[in-house]
Design a protein around this ligand. Structure first.
Ligand code: ACO
Length: 445
């Protein structure tokens, strides 16, 4: 489903006259008819509430576990047409942005709605660059993690801890304060991520440098050691920047929904980003790239692919990196990553897993089981191969995703904070448990 622009609807009227752009509903329980306004292909769930069997009836609700068909907000940020495989940020096709922009330009676009002018871009890059260092106490906090702590757990905890370093962030209605937190979040995520990696390797942290740009700086913090000079390869820097662009936003996915849900309580953005990153951690979401690599490792060689796919069809396995709630076509981001992989492997040397991945994709796309269910490669099918080419352990994969997605999370949060129609997110439930029961003392149970 694509994002749509909505205006507030007028209150629905109970009426028997037919109008265009309305849904006529007859409640067979009462014989009453209702007209529910349709705007942008949507009826308002609250318009159902007037449909009652009597004055004591709460009114009709819609039931939609996992939000399969429910829009929770209006948004002007990201447009997806999952059937056609289209992704646009603020109206710009993702392939154009990936080809022409830097990640920081795209982050600005997501947050402020327009590509920056040269002067705005210069200021923006300066503001991000001069917020990359983290508080020394935050570094000490990271030191306290066990040697084998998962870097995603470290990232989530450290971002959450940032709320205690910047308590003014709790005033989410202060526009200047929000801008400051935005700079800090986008700037410090790579530093925290690189420190988490270094910690897991038992190596000293490498501090950020203001002399190099965002992605080059991140690679340097990851791979430089005090013992050696390190010059990030420009092909890898560009590929990483593109990866961040591709992951920057994806409208109301699980992590972004968490960001908006937590943010709707006016929680500070650090705590909300920590929550969003926790959602991203799951293997059905941002953790899928880790799961893809493990799956490819397990398949081991091309000859084992048919057996593996049989296992998937029997329901014993899941083809990780395939399928998407929204895309029922090739994920355009997977296509772009695949294209960059050739450049990356020319620098790093080819991974034997690429051959398995390509063959797996080919066979799955030739198989009616997958095509009939509209299962195509998603962004995570190939992103793991890129991270592996960088020599990163699989535990760092969701961390890489989180860095790019931070701009999208904050853009969505900013939009929500400024949306007068939003309230604290609070779904309803259908209670299916026991009605009132008499208490039984423990001796009588
Ligand atoms: N492998 C095998 N079968 C699959 C897969 C898969 N990867 N994905 C979906 N199916 C099947 C389901 O079993 C179901 O089959 P059925 O109709 O016979 O019951 C059908 O396709 C529809 O799938 P749903 O699970 O209903 O689709 P849903 O929208 O709930 O799930 C999801 C989407 C979670 C992404 C799913 O496709 C999946 O688990 N994929 C693998 C994990 C993955 O790659 N996640 C990354 C998503 S991209 C991202 O988060 C950045």
């Amino acid at each position: 489903m694509g994002t749509v622009e909505m205006t507030k609807t007028a209150a629905p009227v109970e009426s028997s006259t037919e109008t265009r752009d309305a849904l006529s509903v007859v409640d067979r329980r009462t014989g009453k008819s209702y007209e529910l306004p349709i705007q942008n292909g949507t009826v308002r769930a609250m318009d159902l509430r007037q449909i009652k069997t009597g004055p004591d009836d709460f009114g009709l609700m819609s039931y939609d576990p996992a939000f399969l068909n429910t829009a929770s907000c209006t948004s002007r940020i990201t447009f997806i047409d999952g059937e056609k495989g289209i992704l646009r940020y603020r109206g710009y096709p993702i392939d154009v942005l990936a080809e022409k922009c830097t990640y920081l330009e795209v982050a600005y676009l997501l947050l402020y709605g327009e590509l920056p002018t040269e002067q705005q871009y210069g200021q923006w890059v300066h503001d991000i660059t001069y917020h990359t260092m983290i508080h020394e106490s935050l570094k000490k906090l990271m030191d306290a993690f066990n040697y084998d702590a998962h870097p995603m757990g470290m990232l989530i905890s450290t971002v959450a801890a940032m709320s205690t370093f910047y308590p003014e962030a709790r005033d989410v209605h202060n526009a200047d304060g929000r801008t400051k937190q935005i700079h800090r979040l986008i700037a410090k995520m790579p530093t925290i991520a690189a420190f988490a990696y270094k910690h897991s390797m038992g190596m000293p942290y490498v501090y950020p440098s203001n002399a190099i740009d965002y992605s080059a700086n991140f690679l340097t913090m990851l791979f430089k050691t005090p013992a050696e000079d390190y010059e990030p390869n420009p092909t890898l820097v560009r590929a990483l920047d593109v990866l961040f662009i591709l992951h920057a936003d994806h409208e109301q996915n699980c992590g972004t929904n968490a960001m908006r849900g937590i943010g709707s309580a006016h929680t500070d953005p650090y705590s909300a980003v920590a929550g969003a990153a926790s959602a991203l951690y799951g293997p059905l979401h941002g953790g899928a790239n880790e799961a893809v690599l493990k799956m490819l490792d397990r398949i081991e060689k091309k000859e084992n692919i048919p057996d593996f796919l049989e296992g998937v069809k029997k329901g014993d396995e899941r083809l990780m990196g395939f399928g998407h709630r929204v895309y029922k076509n090739y994920d355009p981001r997977a296509r772009i990553i695949k294209k960059y992989l050739d450049d990356v492997f020319a620098v790093t040397g080819k991974s034997p897993l690429l051959e398995i991945a390509s063959e797996l994709e080919k066979r799955a796309l030739d198989d009616d089981y997958f095509t009939s269910r509209k299962l195509y490669p998603n962004v995570d099918f190939y992103s793991g191969l890129f991270y592996e080419a960088l020599n990163l352990p699989v535990s760092m994969f969701p961390v890489m995703f989180a860095i790019g997605r931070t701009s999208g999370w904050i853009a969505q949060w900013l939009e929500m904070v400024n949306d007068s129609e939003q309230k604290i997110a609070r779904p309803r439930q259908i209670y299916t448990g026991e009605r009132e029961r008499a208490y039984v003392p423990i001796d009588d149970r």
